[in-house]
Design a protein around this ligand. Structure first.
Ligand code: 2NL
Length: 356
């Protein structure tokens, strides 16, 4: 049986050396295929005597089984290796940070409106809205602003174009959101607590003024509303808005629509050229306010002998600048959003609109 040992050595070596599934299959065909060397040899068994077959039979079967087992083992090993290769090549690092996606953010003015709305909502104020093009009655007369008042001059107010012969009352771009409050009084009556945030327009344009800006006005009307209520509401508001206790200072002032009137300053200091709200012994004017003039209540359809109320107005753009450290109005004015990134509106990347 020398032939058997020879074949055994030869094929075990070839199997061990087969580097691919194809090479291994070639070895299998050469050994165990129909015309394979081992298959052909086993056919010789038929020609043998029973005596010869007794020893040659088991030896040949043993060889066939051993080669068959070696082929299977090698096949499994090659498949394992191939799988290892694939796993290595296709490995995915799921701990890598996600690819960054550009997204827009809320405009700071909208954000401040939302913040203010939430704070006043907690004190029972509801948001009122109204048209940006108003009659001069809602914008001026109802607010006790006399026809000769300088604010009415074309110098300050945008008047809507009127065709010759158009005799309707003049329309203006509202110069404050007060008309919204007049409409709210007419619609809802007293008692009432509203704030009116929105766009307002004045013909003014320099480093600290833009022709369109934003204002929040507020008012509370009830049987015995007083300046004390005004002071508490405003201090509560400033403390919530700036996130720190803020002292206020009320200075006597004058507006046509309130009597008495007060301008309100908040506590501040300057540190290294930077403004800090709610500390130090400086004062910063942020707001106008007062007790609603009886004539204004009347214009809103509310009996001034039965009801009284406070009202206030402040600039939103200015409030945004104070809270977020925006240095000047170009930010709003030129739609320049670079400051957003600079002053830490974290969510901002390059916004979709304005990009490029
Ligand atoms: C300012 C002054 C103020 C009001 C606005 C108001 C509205 C109605 C009646 C009475 Cl309907 N008053 N609003 C009152 C006082 C001052 O704003 O300098 N704002 C930036």
């Amino acid at each position: 049986m020398d032939g058997i040992q020879e074949l055994r050595g030869k094929y075990l070596e070839q199997i061990a050396g087969a580097a691919s599934a194809e090479a291994l299959e070639a070895v299998r065909l050469a050994a165990l295929g129909k015309k394979g060397e081992i298959s052909l040899m086993m056919r010789e068994l038929g020609k043998m005597t029973p005596e010869e077959r007794k020893t040659a039979g088991p030896a040949m079967n043993g060889l066939k089984d051993e080669i068959d087992a070696a082929l299977r083992a090698r096949k499994a090993a090659l498949e394992d290796a191939a799988l290892d290769e694939r796993l290595k090549a296709e490995w995915l690092d799921v701990t890598l940070p996600a690819r960054h996606r550009r997204r827009g953010t809320i405009h700071p003015v909208s954000q401040v409106i939302e913040e203010c709305t939430t704070i006043f909502a907690d004190m029972g104020f509801r948001v009122a809205e109204g048209p940006q093009i108003e009659t001069d009655w809602y914008n001026f007369d109802a607010l006790n602003i006399a026809p000769e008042h300088p604010a009415r001059q074309e110098h300050d107010t945008f008047f809507m174009h009127r065709a010759p012969g158009d005799n309707r009352p003049p329309h203006v771009l509202r110069t404050h959101t007060s008309p919204v409050q007049i409409r709210a009084m007419q619609d809802q009556g007293a008692p009432i607590r509203v704030i009116a945030p929105g766009r307002v327009y004045r013909m003014d344009m320099d480093l600290t003024h833009t022709p369109m800006f934003h204002q929040i006005e507020g008012m509370a009307i009830d049987r015995d509303i007083s300046m004390a209520n005004l002071k508490w509401v405003l201090e509560e508001f400033f403390t919530a808005y700036f996130g720190t206790k803020v002292k206020t200072r009320f200075r006597a002032s004058h507006f046509p629509f309130t009597e008495p009137s007060a301008e309100v300053d908040i506590q501040c200091s300057w540190v290294n050229g930077q403004l800090r709200v709610g500390e130090g012994d400086g004062w910063l004017e942020v707001l106008g306010s007062g007790m609603m003039h009886p004539k204004v209540l009347q214009a809103g359809g509310i009996d001034p002998d039965q009801w009284q109320g406070f009202a206030f107005g402040m600039g939103i753009d200015r409030m945004a600048m104070l809270k977020y450290g925006i240095p000047d109005l170009r930010a709003f004015f030129e739609s320049d959003l670079r400051w957003l990134r600079h002053y830490g509106f974290g969510a901002l990347e390059i916004p979709t609109i304005h990009a490029g």
